[in-house]
Design a protein. Structure first.
Length: 423
């Protein structure tokens, strides 16, 4: 297998989002969970997205994991490695985007590289280095209340400069609009002043295409699915009408369930809508932290009673006020971690109860669930909503279907749509 593109993703939902974009653009793609075991038989693909759970761990650990993943990809022929980060640039002043970017640049001997979380399909645009989520700047969006990495600064040049050892430049929209040669000239000028990374503005797909072409001049780039689209188009020299490489997936049947650990505004609304069509159990955050075993056992008993009659949804998700109150009591990391582990307990119990189709809302939540279930890799099925594909297990003892939904993605009826898309 010689890879045309390699990617290292900092969480599992983000990895499936990127793998979905690459697949839709015609690249046969597999998502692995961490660096694959040599014994894992991977299908013949054009791109591999190595999913890490490295967004909210200590920066040194994120760097070590990312370097190992990058090395594995380049050994398999990937001449370019994309570091996939969140389209809302989820990170803190300690990292991990800057430290990982610095390490991959050094390992691969890169000059000035492009960095852009723009993903216009999900209304993430970048102008003058400022990230917009829909119509509002990042710092006024629901991301200001994220339980693990609240985003309070929309200026990504500033955000990344706080995380990186180097200085950060900007490639503004006028330059992106002027095309690849103008962007190349700007990169060369930045390189001469010792600037090794630049935030690239992007508002429309044509800017992503320019980004993809220029990004390939260097061995590494950093961004979200929009950059992935640009890279795939540049590699394939194909237009937007290129056929999808998604695998046709057979129906599995059997019980289905939804687990929600995201507290994103979009997920809270999706849970509210789901309540009108299926049984929903809302768990109390405090009980999950202080009496996890009991709370999980009760939730599983509730689910087992209902699963024979149709899908169920179990949600730990809280409003910003509930999250703030829980964190004030138990600490941010501690409450987040405890609830992620409770979600993993629930997933394990649901699978033991026969569930083979599972929707998980939340990036860290998905990471905890997939790790607990010991799943080595996923093949890409059809897209459910922008950034969320159906995933089929590869190399796992049980054949299952998953949808790993980024907290912020999907419309209000996402859960019903997801269940329909994974019969
Ligand atoms: N009620 C709650 N109170 C506090 N934290 C919560 C609550 N419910 C879930 N969490 C935590 O919030 C975090 C949500 O992050 P994540 O799963 O990545 O979602 P998203 O995709 O929206 O970022 C997880 O660490 C999860 O355990
Ligand atoms: O780029 C994105 O927005 C997503 O792919 C992503 O990374 C989402 O992260 P979570 O919201 O933590 O799932």
């Amino acid at each position: 297998m010689t890879l045309r593109l390699g990617a290292v993703a900092d969480d599992y939902t983000g990895a499936s989002d990127l793998a979905n974009t690459l697949t839709k653009a015609g690249l046969r793609t597999v998502q692995t969970i961490g660096v694959p075991d040599p014994a894992l038989a991977l299908p013949d693909v054009d791109a591999v997205v190595v999913a890490l759970k490295s967004r909210a761990i200590p920066a040194d650990d994120a760097v070590a994991l990312s370097r190992a993943a990058c090395g594995w990809l380049t050994e398999r022929g990937a001449a370019h490695v994309m570091f996939k980060v969140c389209s809302t640039f989820d990170s803190t002043d300690a990292g991990n985007i800057g430290p990982v970017m610095d390490a991959l640049r050094a390992d691969l001997g890169a000059a000035t590289i492009l960095v852009s979380p723009a993903f216009p399909e999900t209304q993430r645009t970048v102008y003058q280095g400022h990230l917009f989520v829909g119509t509002v700047p990042l710092s006024e969006s629901p991301l200001k209340d994220h339980p693990l990495n609240p985003m309070h600064d929309s200026n990504l040049v500033r955000v990344l400069a706080r995380q990186s050892a180097g200085r950060i430049g900007l490639i503004d929209l006028a330059t992106m609009e002027a095309g690849p040669e103008a962007v190349r000239a700007r990169c060369a000028a930045l390189a001469e002043t010792g600037i090794g990374a630049a935030i690239a503005d992007a508002v429309f797909e044509r800017h992503l295409e320019v980004m993809g072409i220029v990004a390939l001049d260097q061995p590494v780039s950093v961004g979200a699915s929009g950059l992935g689209l640009g890279l795939a188009r540049a590699l394939g020299r194909a237009g937007p009408d290129r056929a999808t490489a998604a695998a046709p997936l057979a129906a599995l049947g059997g019980p289905a369930a939804i687990l929600a650990g995201s507290c994103a505004a979009a997920t809270l609304e999706q849970i509210r809508i789901a309540e009108t069509v299926l049984p929903v159990l809302r768990l109390a955050g405090a009980a999950l932290v202080t009496e996890r075993a009991r709370a999980v056992a009760e939730a599983l008993a509730w689910a087992r009673e209902r699963l024979p009659h149709g899908p169920v949804l179990i949600a730990a998700s809280g409003t910003p006020e509930e999250v703030a109150a829980l964190q004030a009591r138990f600490g941010r990391t501690e409450s987040g971690h405890a609830i992620e582990q409770a979600s993993a307990d629930l997933a394990e119990g649901l699978v033991a109860a026969g569930v083979r189709r599972l929707v998980v809302a939340g990036g860290e939540t998905s990471g905890a669930v997939v790790d607990r279930l010991g799943l080595p890799a996923f093949l890409l099925g059809p897209e459910i909503a922008a950034g969320v594909p159906v995933l089929a297990t590869v190399g796992a003892p049980l054949e299952m279907r998953f949808a790993l939904k980024s907290g912020n993605f999907g419309g209000p009826d996402f859960f019903a749509r997801a269940l329909e898309a994974m019969p």
